[in-house]
Design a protein around this ligand. Structure first.
Ligand SMILES: C[S@@+](CC[C@H](N)C(=O)[O-])C[C@H]1O[C@@H](n2cnc3c(N)ncnc32)[C@H](O)[C@@H]1O
Length: 284
């Protein structure tokens, strides 16, 4: 995503969060998502619904899991004071999970951030100062050097979320981002991100319709890996845990359904500190 329009997939995900907030599951409540998604977000969601109905559950799981991670890390006893959201899109965590003394930083492509500013301005009730906005094209600059232009404190640990972004980046940009976090942020900083396995990226089947849809939106899937651990270690991380979305779905719902095809979506948590986790993403 270098010279391009505001992210349309961000609008689509906001539309999923709008519907997820009203659903029976109600794992989260995003009162601003519908207004942020706009009509095109609804249209993209409707198109995705037709080819991949499980997308709603995937977004719900992702949102619930990462919300939980934020709550656990900013809550006692860890009490992290900084949360960074890379490729934030129309994410509203900074407002939904606001907590006294915790600074949220949203790092995103300037085109997507311009869209977010315009949409937030049109909403009533959104706390405009919930996050500090930092512009960055991950293909051109490291997120860490962009954060250097803000009040982000590199001497303090942070929780860094990177949700729904890595599939759209070249591997070099993924590596640059991970390395910059490992090298420049506090050793206790934790990075959490989702990614696609190579099988998903390469699959020549109906499931590739989803790839076609996002490519048609101008955001082709370009990266995936079957084993993210070597990359994370090569780029400086020393604690790594991963899980499939089937694992997370089972933990949250107690159900498994092969037809959902969650086998291709995975989540990773990583830190430079050895022994950082006691179990997936849990503070060690
Ligand atoms: C699918 S959206 C996810 C948005 C948000 N994280 C969420 O889950 O709702 C993808 C996001 O990645 C961002 N992105 C993609 N390529 C980027 C790049 N090269 N530099 C910065 N941001 C990028 C887009 O701007 C967009 O916000």
């Amino acid at each position: 995503m270098t010279d391009r329009k505001p992210s349309q997939t961000a609008a689509m995900i906001a539309a999923y969060r709008a519907r997820g907030s009203q659903g029976e599951r109600a794992w989260y409540d995003d009162p601003w998502a519908a207004g942020l998604a706009g009509p095109e977000g609804d249209a993209h969601r409707a198109a995705m619904d037709r080819i991949y109905p499980a997308m709603q559950l995937w977004v719900d799981i992702r949102t619930a899991y990462l919300d939980g991670l934020v709550r656990r890390y900013i809550g006692a006893p860890r009490s992290l004071r900084q949360v960074v959201i890379l490729g934030a899109g129309l994410d509203t965590r900074a407002a939904r999970l606001a907590s006294e003394g915790v600074a949220f930083y949203e790092v995103d492509h300037p085109a997507s951030q311009a869209m977010k500013h315009a949409r937030l301005d049109a909403l009533s009730g959104y706390p405009g100062s919930a996050a500090t906005f930092v512009s960055c094209d991950f293909e051109r600059e490291s997120a860490v050097s962009a954060l250097g232009r803000s009040a982000f404190d590199f001497m303090e640990p942070a929780l860094v979320l990177w949700e729904g972004v890595t599939p759209y980046l070249q591997e070099a940009a993924v590596r640059t981002t991970v390395r910059a976090i490992a090298e420049s942020c506090h050793e206790d900083t934790v990075l959490a991100f989702d990614y696609l396995s190579k099988r998903k990226e390469d699959a020549k089947s109906t499931r590739n319709d989803t790839q076609q849809l996002v490519a048609d939106l101008g955001e082709p899937v370009v990266w995936g890996t079957n084993d993210v651990l070597p990359l994370l270690v090569e780029e400086g991380m020393r604690s790594v845990e991963t899980a499939s979305f089937d694992d997370l779905c089972l933990a949250l719902t107690g159900t498994y359904d092969r037809e959902r095809e969650f086998r291709f979506q995975r989540i990773a948590v990583a830190s430079r500190r050895v022994g950082r986790f006691a179990m997936l993403g849990e503070p060690g």
